[in-house]
Design a protein around this ligand. Structure first.
Ligand code: LIP
Length: 286
């Protein structure tokens, strides 16, 4: 893998501020322009189409603002593939992470915007260097840049630094996870869950990977695991968790990738990773 070149801190600070600004603007769009009857008409295919339309509109806004500010950077969004870049930065965005929650008006969805170095289309060949995750319904803004800590701002309040706490034992760990859309993937995830659930305090399935991972940094979850995450689901939240002092990896010593992502404080991470690895081995192939 090519050595990853990280920009100087003054550039990272600009990237972090830009991620915050565009994530907040996209968050306002998806809330202000959400049709009031969307949740009611959710049984109709048009409802899902409307969610897709809002996803695309928010992504178009993000691409436009980021390209205006930094024309030489690459762009990779959930709704479209990667673009070429002249700089060392690619913007990896999820315009609405937690789309089913958005459809049902459940206030747990996020706009995730990350600046990454390397190739975000190749697992293990990239890492985030600045980013922001916004829950536009609660006003929670998580943001971080490499080496400068993770921060949480609620509404117009002051930002507080996130420092992950001393974790509980695995058996007392409130554990976040999620499930894919494909039936075969969900059957495999259910098999894994059967072997994990008896060994943790409880499970929470919030419905947004970005918010789950940030919740571990903020202490409202003790740990998290999920199979099936794309780079855009996790890029910004990975940095928030890492900058809070947490660990975010795949199974073994690997980087997080679609096969598995495991996040927790250092004292708990190895225990959860071993439990999830055993459960995944027992669950066999999908
Ligand atoms: C969601 C993820 C979540 C997963 C959901 C869904 P989306 O992303 O953030 O972790 O459990 O099934 O994939 O599709 O709402 O952007």
């Amino acid at each position: 893998m090519e050595p990853l070149t990280v920009p100087a801190d003054d550039v990272l600070a600009e990237l972090e501020q830009l991620a915050v600004e565009v994530a907040l603007e996209a968050g306002r769009l998806v809330v202000d322009e959400r049709p009031v009857d969307l949740g009611v008409s959710r049984t109709k295919s048009t409802a899902t189409d409307v969610v897709t339309v809002m996803d695309q509109r928010a992504q178009d806004l993000l691409r436009s603002r980021l390209r205006e500010a930094r024309p030489g950077d690459g762009f990779l969004g959930e709704e479209e593939g990667g673009t070429d870049r002249e700089s060392e930065i690619t913007w990896v965005v999820d315009p609405i992470d937690g789309t089913v929650n958005y459809l049902y008006a459940i206030p747990s969805y996020a706009v995730s915007v990350a600046a990454v170095v390397g190739d975000p289309t190749t697992p293990g060949a990239w890492r985030p260097v600045a980013g922001a995750v916004v829950n536009p319904m609660t006003g929670e803004l998580f943001h971080a840049r490499l080496g400068a800590g993770a921060w949480l701002r609620r509404g117009e309040g002051e930002a507080t630094r996130l420092v992950i706490g001393e974790p509980p034992a695995l058996g007392h760990a409130l554990t976040g996870t999620g499930f894919g859309y494909d039936a075969g993937r969900r059957l495999w995830q259910a098999r894994v869950l059967v072997d994990v659930l008896p060994h943790v305090r409880d499970i929470r399935r919030i419905g947004s990977a970005a918010l789950d991972i940030c919740a571990v940094a903020a202490g409202s979850l003790d740990c998290y695991f999920e199979r099936g995450l794309n780079s855009w689901d996790m890029a910004a939240a990975w940095l928030v968790l890492a900058e809070s002092g947490g660990l975010f990896t795949g199974l073994g010593e690997t980087a997080p990738d679609p096969s598995m992502a495991v996040g927790a404080a250092p004292g708990l991470h190895a225990h959860l990773e071993a439990l999830v690895r055993r459960a995944a081995e027992a669950a066999g192939s999908e």
